[in-house]
Ligand binder design. Structure first.
Ligand code: UD1
Length: 417
């Protein structure tokens, strides 16, 4: 089993590119089922969650090749509509294959998806919305057996919460439905826009992505395409938090700075100098950070829940107190135990955490319990005195492509052993 060894307090400097977005790549990979043709995806990150999706695509009969950041999937020979439990349980976003399989084949069966244990993570919104498109769902002891007796038809779908996954599932299913689908209270994340761009490049007719109302005019069929996955805004935020924790100065290239809106203002509040130059950010952090006052996670364009953990690690060694309110997931403070071992002063009460910044963190043996928690412990390790060893890399590898190589190129002392 491998672990990361971090010798902290090496000031980050230099420049690097940001990886492709995990949360864009995963739904787009599921959507490659729709066209029965070739999809060429550039800037696809090499992650275990991407491998999980590729395993599902191959199991279903697709031809997939992945090298040098370009993934080619040909879904012409799709020949199954059941996904085995072992593949479903690898990750949460496997549920997006439900809408894709239904749209392509008219039936699908699969069990409840897996993923990080950051809360109960129900799929009721997905199932309700799909049933409004004409899907009949039978829950057979935890296996969803779904079919479309009278064909998929457009519908008015009002989501009670702007769920990212439910919005994606509906978009993917509705592009091949007959008639018009209108999703209100849709998620507005940049990854939704990227999915819409991919679908439209296949010949779909999706408008309004990035706004609260998405309109999908169903089409008969889709064609092959080539698409470039957007940069990963959470990986970018993680690198910036790591830089800030070391008082460093770095330049991040190949990103879309506007996607980091709510996060960049937190860095500025912390005393960092953030300068946006086209698709790059030049980032300079002070010797001692000022603790941001309050972080409330919200659906986009609010502060992203995925950045809460790495920012908490940064705040843990800032001057002052930060109040965190986690509004998206119920159990998203799994990193706090590790931060406490490293000398942080954080108290958690339900969805609220209060961090009283300490002068310095110290290295410790810690274990990640979820993906973004792993990122937080790396940020803390970078800014800590002495050696940190991080276990639980299976979580890290879900979402970060060789982060130790990226950090080493910026002057950090991080090794996978
Ligand atoms: C996606 C992201 C994840 C991010 C999250 C919120 C991917 C692969 N993952 O996850 O990194 O943290 O958005 O930005 O894109 N909910 C329900 N019923 C449902 C669906 C969701 O109650 O049917 C609840 C969830 O339990 C959670 C909240 O809605 O409390 C947000 O979930 P959702 O937006 O669906 O997140 P994911 O798509 O799972």
């Amino acid at each position: 089993m491998s672990r990361l060894v971090i010798d902290g307090l090496k000031r980050l400097k230099g420049e690097t590119e940001v990886q492709g977005s995990k949360n864009s790549a995963l739904p787009i990979l599921a959507a490659t089922l729709l066209n029965g043709d070739e999809s060429i995806l550039h800037n696809c990150p090499d992650l275990s969650d991407v491998s999980g999706s590729v395993n599902i695509l191959r199991y279903l009969g697709c031809d997939v090749a992945f090298s040098g950041g370009t993934l080619v999937c040909n879904s012409k020979n799709l020949n199954k509509n059941h996904i085995p439990n072992s593949l479903m349980r690898e990750m949460r976003s496997s549920i997006i294959f439900l809408g894709a399989l239904l749209a392509r084949t008219g039936s699908a069966s699969m069990c409840f998806p897996g993923g990080c244990e950051i809360g109960p993570r129900p799929i009721d919104l997905h199932l309700k919305a799909l049933s409004e498109l004409g899907v009949v769902i039978n829950d057979d002891h935890g296996v969803f057996k779904c079919h479309v007796p009278d064909g998929l038809h457009g519908a008015k779908i009002a989501l009670s919460f702007p769920s990212v996954g439910a919005t994606e599932n509906v978009m993917i299913c509705a592009v091949l439905a007959e008639g018009t689908t209108v999703i209100t209270n849709a998620a507005r994340e940049p990854e939704i826009c990227d999915l819409a761009d991919y679908l439209n490049s296949c010949g779909a007719n999706v408008s309004g992505a990035g706004e609260g109302t998405i309109v999908i005019e169903g089409v008969q069929s889709l064609k092959g395409t080539s698409h470039t996955i957007i940069p990963d805004r959470i990986a970018a935020a993680t690198l910036l938090a790591g830089c800030a924790a070391t008082g460093g100065r770095i330049k991040l290239n190949k990103l879309i700075p506007s996607h980091l809106g709510g996060v960049l203002s937190v860095f500025e509040e912390s005393g960092c100098d953030v300068s946006v130059r086209g698709s790059s950010i030049v980032f300079d952090s002070p010797h001692r950070l000022t603790a941001p006052k309050i972080i409330r996670t919200m659906p986009y364009p609010g502060f992203p829940t995925d950045a809460q953990a790495p920012i908490m690690a940064m705040a843990a060694k800032s001057k002052g107190t930060t109040l965190f309110v986690e509004n998206i997931f119920e159990n998203r403070y799994l990193h706090v135990g590790g931060l406490l071992r490293m000398g942080a002063n954080i108290k958690v009460e339900g969805r609220v955490a209060v961090s009283q910044g300490v002068e310095c963190l110290h290295g410790a043996e810690v274990e990640a319990m979820d993906l973004r928690g792993a990122a937080a412990l790396i940020v803390a390790g970078l800014g800590a005195e002495g050696r940190t060893t991080l276990d639980g890399l299976k979580y890290l590898d879900r979402g970060y492509e060789k982060i130790e190589v990226t950090l080493s190129s910026l002057g950090a002392d991080v090794k996978r052993v």
